[in-house]
Design a protein around this ligand. Structure first.
Ligand code: IMP
Ligand code: MG
Length: 168
């Protein structure tokens, strides 16, 4: 066990408070990255007592491995129009940074007012590309983790806590 269900819930409530203050009078679109961000988006959106729209995108770079390939593909796109909207990309984890860097660039071409990023977990020591993460739940060491949306080869996303793979 790396991050307990209780600690996740407390931190998501804090993040929700901060994000709600920052976006109180803005037109926020939460963009979750499938599939890993599903539990985080579901909890975070309910911690945001402001007007918002939710959408999802799908990216791929992993396959069954445990490290990012560096070439991130946008597999499925948005359904809402983000022009003139404030976008907050929500993902489970930032590791090399390739996913969020590519996604930020892709969404910026659609003329939003702003694009910022929010992750539950940050493996700071692993960054291969520069990307600004605006809201971070927890900084974690360089270990492969599963649970609360994070998978290994499709498994363990349903764990209510975050665990190292050996500790599942
Ligand atoms: P990045 O492009 O290397 O920053 O990786 C981001 C994506 O890789 C995340 O959205 C996750 O889906 C996946 N990922 C990175 N580290 C882990 C991990 O420890 N466990 C499970 N998935 C991970
Ligand atoms: Mg992911």
């Amino acid at each position: 066990m790396l991050v307990s269900q209780k600690d996740i819930a407390a931190r998501v409530a804090e993040l929700g408070g901060a994000i709600a203050r920052d976006y109180a009078d803005k037109r926020l679109v939460l963009v979750g990255v499938l599939q890993g961000a599903i539990p985080f988006v579901a909890d975070l959106m309910r911690a945001l007592p402001i007007d918002l729209t939710v959408d999802f995108v799908r990216t791929s770079s992993y396959g069954a491995g445990t490290t990012s390939s560096g070439t991130v593909q946008l597999v499925a796109g948005l359904t809402v129009d983000i022009a003139d909207r404030h976008v907050l990309i929500v993902d489970d984890i930032v590791d090399t940074g390739h996913t969020l860097a590519a996604l930020t660039r892709a969404l910026e071409t659609r003329n939003p007012q702003s694009v910022r990023t929010c992750v539950l977990l940050d493996k700071t020591g692993r960054r291969e590309t520069e990307v600004t993460i605006d809201y971070v739940g927890f900084t974690i060491p360089n270990v492969f983790v599963v649970g609360y949306g994070l998978d290994y080869d499709g498994l363990y996303r349903n764990l209510p806590h975050v665990a190292t793979l050996e500790g599942v």
